[in-house]
Ligand binder design. Structure first.
Ligand code: GUN
Ligand code: ZN
Length: 659
């Protein structure tokens, strides 16, 4: 019932399938009041809505109508509808007149598409004992709801809400327990107080800790989140659904939502956007209107900006620029900027889900960009990389850097005492923002050249480069630093190197393709792939490497956009022989074997194992459980997701190994 179409960090564009139609996610579900709804939200872009089953249940008229004619007729919406259970009323009034079983049964009876059990929304920052006691009840009710749904063979999809207050271990425990259940969607609950009080940093902790244990193959819903200012951040953390009454509550209060925050009508001299309402009326026009007319127009604006932001977010995911959007949006409020800085502490979690190659370049928008998962990923790779004896650090020039270095490089400083420098046994790297040290041999690989940052460096960037150098000095016998590199940095203990004339960067295509293969597939892959009578064919127009052969047999193609290597049949065989199980492998069961051999795509449900280092868009080997090579292709998901999903494609097969 849920399929992922595109990914960026932990954000996903997906499709949620329901009886009343499909919904493209991330999506906003406007809250519909079952009695006093004035706005036709469908007209303004809502594909799915949420309403409250408990409010319907408590009102005899509504209840009877819902039972007789169904929920869709009652609220006059024929797309998918989610219902809440009265938990929110429970948290406000301390009690509700309905049991868990009753509310589940009622939601099925009125034919909701997605129902919710009666969880206990535990407020943030309560006593631990209270959070633990509430959580036990929430978990018991979630299990009861799933069992009850099975027992009665119910058609509706089921929400199981993550609670646990601001105790992160309780959030993880709850998410982990709920993921073992056969629920269909996972809302994250009791976050409204955090958002209302601008505790966005705590929101990041709550969401990231819940996400870390939630099943990847189900949609996640941030309950009560409806301010477009935070959508991008929450999507980047893995939220697929939002719901809110904010559009109408704010409108009743003469407040206009915007990605830059909230505008009070009384303070507006200009209308803040280009929607129909803002184009047609002035603030004075609105102020002169009747309360009701004004409310409806502001609500229309509020819905417009919310749906517009979600469209923009989905587009950003498709092109791979979601984090740029998040960093931009978080400048709307210091508390949001704090939140995105705090998200930097979760980069390793985000990295697991982030595709290795994207359509758009990496743009540095500020010091927060230094903590993005692409940077962390590159640092991890560099640490694992086998090092030569010496390191030469060069200043950045035009990209790709390697294209613009040759011959004599200029003056160098030496770190520590001058020794005889074996220039044959030397790594050449450029020092630049945001990727720190970039080995010249692999600099064309995405995103090491496909990025941009201001040449006027902020203090954080300078410190970042210094830390990078100090860490890498430890791995080498001798480190030579180009005099231009030293300009910005405060590196101690540098002496002029007397034999600078001898330092030259000599391009070598063979060592370049081997380094790229090692970086892409793991160390050792380069030697294995490129043995024999290696023959490199370059583009006549750009001079870039395009095809690599052994004699006349194609081993790999090099993709022009990101310099990733695309295996041929021969390349797949060589990689399979050289790299030990489970490296670069997606393993399928017996049923899928003939299809994979035949070059058909691999579906997640047939995958029995997968290399943990696989990310979406990786070139991988498809093998059976005895590690026989069946084919090769490109992943559509990361290893975490491939292992968890039961539906959808895992690998788009390029070729099967059948003769
Ligand atoms: N709406 C806003 N927060 C919550 C929550 O924690 N649980 C439920 N069921 N609905 C909510
Ligand atoms: Zn507007």
């Amino acid at each position: 019932m849920f399929e992922i179409k595109s990914k960026d960090n932990m954000g996903r564009v997906g499709v949620l399938k329901t009886k009343h139609g499909n919904v493209k996610t991330p999506a906003l579900m406007p809250v519909i009041h079952p009695r006093k709804q004035a706005i036709d939200v469908g007209k303004y872009g809502a594909d799915i809505v949420i309403t409250n089953a408990y409010l319907i249940y408590k009102d005899e008229n509504l209840k009877q109508k819902a039972i007789d004619e169904g929920l869709h007729k009652l609220i006059n919406f024929d797309g998918p509808i989610m219902t809440d259970s009265g938990s929110f009323q429970l948290s406000v009034y301390g009690d509700v007149e309905i049991t868990n079983r009753e509310v589940i049964e009622f939601q099925e009876l009125i034919k909701t598409d997605i129902g919710t059990s009666l969880d206990i929304p535990t407020a943030p920052f309560v006593e631990r004992q209270k959070a633990e006691e509430d959580l036990e009840i929430t978990l018991k009710r979630a299990r009861e709801a799933v069992d009850y749904k099975k027992e009665k063979n119910m058609e509706m999809l089921l929400n199981s809400v993550v609670q646990g207050s601001t105790f992160l271990d309780l959030r993880r425990k709850c998410a982990s327990e709920l993921s073992k259940l056969d629920a269909d969607l996972y809302p994250i609950g009791a976050v409204v107080p955090l958002m209302e009080s601008y505790h966005y940093k705590d929101l990041v902790d709550v969401v990231m800790n819940s996400m870390s244990e939630l099943a990847d193959d189900r949609p996640r819903h941030l309950m009560g989140a409806g301010h477009p200012m935070i959508f991008a951040l929450c999507v980047a953390m893995g939220c697929d659904l939002f719901d809110s009454a904010a559009y109408i509550l704010y409108a009743e209060d003469d407040r206009l939502l915007s990605v830059r925050g909230t505008y009070k009508l009384e303070n507006l001299t200009e209308m803040p956007c280009s929607c129909e309402v803002c184009s047609k009326y002035t603030p004075d026009d609105l102020r002169a209107m009747s309360k009701e007319q004004r409310r409806d127009l502001i609500a229309q604006h509020n819905l417009y900006v919310s749906f517009a932001e979600l469209r923009l977010i989905r587009q950003a995911i498709y092109e791979g620029s979601l984090m740029e959007l998040v960093e931009e949006r978080c400048r709307a409020h210091p508390a949001l900027l704090e939140a995105v800085r705090h998200l930097g502490n979760y980069s390793e979690d985000l990295e697991k889900y982030n595709p290795r190659s994207k359509k758009s370049a990496f743009f540095y928008t500020g010091p927060e960009s230094l903590y993005r998962s692409e940077v962390i990923r590159h640092m991890q790779k560099l640490r694992q990389m086998p090092k030569k004896k010496n390191l030469v650090i060069l200043p950045p020039n035009r990209k790709p850097y390697s294209k613009f270095f040759s011959g004599k490089l200029g003056d160098f400083y030496i770190y520590g005492d001058e020794k005889d420098c074996d220039l044959e046994n030397t790594d050449f790297m450029v020092l630049d923002i945001p990727f720190g040290l970039i080995p010249l041999e692999i600099d064309e690989l995405y995103p090491l050249s496909q990025n941009d940052a201001p040449k006027i460096h902020d203090v954080d960037s300078i410190e970042f480069m210094e830390d990078f150098i100090y860490e890498f000095i430890e791995y080498y016998d001798q480190v030579l630093i180009h005099y231009k590199v030293n300009d910005n940095l405060e590196l101690g203990l540098l002496n002029k190197y007397s034999k600078s004339d001898e330092i030259r960067y000599v391009k070598n295509d063979i060592s370049k393709i081997k380094a790229i293969a090692d970086y892409q597939f793991g160390f050792g892959a380069g030697e294995a792939l490129f043995s024999g009578n290696i023959n490199i064919e370059k583009s006549k127009k750009t001079g870039k490497i395009r095809h690599i052969y052994d004699g006349k047999v194609l081993i790999v193609n090099m993709r022009a956009s990101d310099s990733f290597l695309i295996l041929s049949k021969e390349g797949a065989k060589r990689l399979h022989n050289a790299m030990n199980y489970p490296q670069n492998r997606v393993v399928v069961n017996k049923d899928a074997e003939p299809f994979a051999l035949d070059g058909k795509s691999v579906f997640c449900k047939f995958v029995t194992d997968c290399d943990d280092n696989i990310r979406s868009n990786d070139e991988v080997l498809i093998v059976n459980e005895e590690d026989k090579l069946l084919g090769y292709g490109k992943t559509l998901l990361g290893s975490c997701e491939i292992k968890e999903f039961d539906s959808g494609q895992a690998v788009k097969t390029r070729k099967g190994m059948k003769k």
